[in-house]
Design a protein around this ligand. Structure first.
Ligand code: CU
Length: 92
């Protein structure tokens, strides 16, 4: 992931990636590499703006692998709303 805008990072959300997959934790304003070795959904956040709803979702192959786990993630305020919107766009 390329840092095109300063002041953000990207970090995988705990329990928000498929079982056995490798998470990632980027640094503020810096590029970060993530490798998607398992099929499923990868939920991530911008740490400083998590509560403001800055979350994302990467769909790799079969999203049903961990869809229920993503749906039941405990997320703060706007992040919860935003994640629900993203989940609506996932192929089911
Ligand atoms: Cu941010």
């Amino acid at each position: 992931m390329v840092a095109t805008d300063k002041g953000h990072d990207s970090e995988s959300i705990k329990d928000g990636i498929p079982e056995g997959a490798e998470g990632w934790k980027g640094k503020i304003s810096q590029d970060v590499t993530a490798t998607f070795t398992k099929e499923g959904l990868y939920a991530y956040k911008c740490t400083p703006h998590f509560g403001l709803g800055m979350v994302g979702l990467v769909e790799v192959g079969d999203s049903s692998v961990n869809l229920p786990a993503i749906q039941s993630l405990k997320l703060p305020g706007k992040a919860k709303t935003r994640m629900a919107e993203l989940l609506d766009q996932v192929s089911k």
